[in-house]
Ligand binder design. Sequence first.
Ligand code: SF4
Length: 473
Amino acid sequence: MCGIVGVHAPGQEAAGLASLALFALQHRGQESAGVAVSDGEGVMVYKDLGMVAQVLDERRLPSLRGHLAIAHCRYSTTGSTLWENSQPSYRLGPRRAVAVGHNGNLVNTRQLLERLRGGKRRMSGTSDTELLTALLSDEPADDLVDALGRVLPGISGAFSLVVMDEQRVVGVRDPHGFRPLVLGRLPGEPEGWVLASETAALDILGADVVREVEPGEMVVLGEPGGPRSVRYAEGREHLCVFELIYFARPDSYMLGRSLYEARRRMGEELAREAPVDADMVMPVPDTGAPAAVGFAEASGLPYREGMVKNRYAGRTFIQPSQAMRQRGVNVKLSPLREQVRGRRLVVVDDSIVRGTTTKQIVALLRRAGATEVHLRISAPPIFHPCFYGIDTQVETELIAARMDLEGIRDYLGADSLAYLSIGGVLDALQLPRDRFCFACFDGVYPVPVPYDVASHKFVLEDDPVVASAVTVP
Ligand code: SF4
């Protein structure tokens, strides 16, 4: 996933605003955080492994001065969790200083590496974003916007970007618009602007939503006259439908839809598609809650909370290794025994990826005295890997790719299991199918994925030149 922010705030300290907005995007990536800032003369970057509040604390921010900033929190899809791969990625090239924050995943990394080698430059990290930063800093063009106009048509895959040099911040969406990016206006005078992955990040700054950046568009901040739109490619939107089902915050809006309301309606559809005789409906907290509310409303069953979440534990799915994920669930959820004991439960969650967490939740509820556990999932089964910014690149890790429905139910230890259909998702969203990427459900990839990228996420660490430039554990 990753969260990105860009700020142009004349007369204000942009790094503080960008860090605050990034705090609202913490759910999008917990491996590293960072900010790049410019006062119009030079770009300075501060970043580290860790959560936003740990990295960008009050001791750091006062030294990061300037009216332009970008910020990033990382969830890795290409390259290991190394300091070198944390973002914003920065490069002082022969022509310009460039800092980049990237949400997404490029699929032509080999090709870009060859192009970079042609210029005899070395990488300082093993992420796809490092490649892009190096290409932009080297590009012989008059300014950053021209450099982007030359480099972007050569990159392929999913990318929502915030890019800056000394004088501008530029927001970019790839021609398919896989990942979201929204433009907002900061309150007060003089006029200031903000770009962010989600509208929830604008809310925290008191900014008004202006519009979504369009697929194939750049929005340039920092110039007189307000934001400038530059179209660098034809756009045809394929927004990741999982953003609406699960990844983005429920208080965010995308494509004019409240994500809470969309998820509540997915729960209603699920109750119609897969009714069950039970005593109560409960969510897997917190992300299953809107769909569980919708399921309860449509089914007439009472809605209760059957588990509490330790609000200081991270989201298990976006921890980078299976071992960490397994430890994560134990510290994250505990049952409300009085609520579940002796009851037949409908347990609503928004997705099953590997199944590890769901299996532990079912066991936890049974130990707490539930007599039946009926799982209802407000998304279709995930049969195919994602190469556009979600770390599900290994098909064998996906439970639905390995087992049929009965096999999954048996593995999870549930009394029954049902998923929402693709048609049910679309009925809830009330938008046409061709506006979305559904590739992990239907296997139709809007951008072809070459074999070396499909094979694993450490594609650049296999390259001896790249590997020699950084310490790879
Ligand atoms: S493959 Fe799935 S997770 Fe990846 S962008 Fe498409 S819908 Fe989203």
